[in-house]
Structures are given as C-alpha cells and as structure tokens.
Ligand binder design. Structure first.
Ligand code: FES
Length: 189
C-alpha cells in the first residue's frame, strides 16, 4: 500500500524529465535548423537584395579615352558591378581595349571563348593568343584558329565627356547560343 505513491511519483518524474528533454531536443533542432537556413536563404535572396538587375545593366567607366591611343590595343581593368563583400581582388576584372579610330573601339573580355583562360595580345603578330589550348584570335576579336568556336566576347561601350564606359555586369559565357553555332566540336588540344 505504501509503495504505490512512490511508483506513481517516479513515473511522473520520468515523464516530466522525458518531456523536458523532448522539448529541449526540439528547441536545439530548431536552433540548428535556423542556423543552417539563414545562409541558404540569404544566398537565394542575395540577387534580389543587391538589385542584381541594376548591376547587369550598369555602366562602368574605364577612364579617359586618351588612355587608349588610336591604333593600339591595351589591357585595363574595371570593377565588376556585381560585387560581394567576399570577392576581394577578384572584382577587378581585366579587359582588352582596342582603339581603332575616333569613337570606334573594340572592348574584349579577357577570357578565351573556349574555356575562359585569359588571352594575351601580341602586337608583333597582331593576334590574341590563349596559353591554355592554343586558341588564336585576330585583332578584331574574330576567331583565327584553335578550339574556340567563336570570337572573343565584346562589351557594349559608350563615350560620354571623353570617358569611355562599358556595360560589364553580364559575364560572358559560351552557353547554348555558342553551342548551336556548330555541330562539329573541335578537339581541345
Ligand atoms: S581556353 Fe583558350 S583555347 Fe582553351
């Protein structure tokens, strides 16, 4: 007779302890889930929060036209408008500026149209050459030889008050449009 209250009390204590740990577990899982969800949701919303559309369409100055003498092709850099705090020095993007005459320019992305290696300009031969797989381009950016399936990517540009600017937000990519240019793929070597 005297042992029943003790058993009941013990069961109550076990249930109370079990429900306490259950709630503690749920709370802990909720905290971990929230901690994991914050960066994922932040990443998914980052393009909206940063106004990515504006970054794509923004104009970036390359400096005065006088920096680029007529008849020459020069390397310069600009600050990528789609910048993130963790990007560091990678926001400084290189491009080749070819000044033909007057307001006529070619402004090429530095990345090869094959797999993106940086191309180099060789004034002696008047060619852009890619060190990775031997892609070669003429001075006007047209493909000369090698694995690239097209010419160099060009940035739209404009000249205002003696300053030249490019629309640099959209990074070049071969994508589907390039893949459709030719059905016969050249070997990469
Ligand atoms: S990356 Fe330039 S030829 Fe392959």
């Amino acid at each position: 007779m005297s042992s029943q209250p003790t058993v009941s009390g013990s069961n109550d204590a076990i249930l109370t302890r079990r429900s306490f740990f259950m709630k503690l577990g749920i709370l802990f899982n909720g905290i971990v889930a929230a901690a994991l969800a914050v960066p994922v949701v932040g990443f998914l919303l980052s393009s909206v929060m940063r106004g990515r559309g504006n970054g794509y369409l923004s104009w970036v100055s390359l400096g005065p036209v006088s920096q680029f003498p007529e008849g020459e092709t020069r390397l310069t850099t600009f600050r990528n408008p789609n910048v993130m705090p963790t990007d560091g020095k990678t926001v400084d993007t290189a491009c080749w500026v070819r000044h033909m005459a007057g307001d006529q320019f070619h402004i090429f992305a530095i990345n090869c149209a094959h797999l993106g290696c940086p191309v180099r300009w060789f004034p002696q031969s008047g060619l852009f050459m890619c060190p990775c797989h031997g892609g070669v381009y003429y001075r006007d950016g047209a493909r000369a030889s090698g694995p690239p399936e097209r010419g160099l990517f060009e940035y739209p540009y404009k000249i205002d008050n003696g300053l030249i600017s490019i629309q640099a937000g959209e990074l070049p990519t071969p994508g589907a449009a390039t893949a459709a240019l030719t059905e016969e793929k050249r070997p990469c070597a």
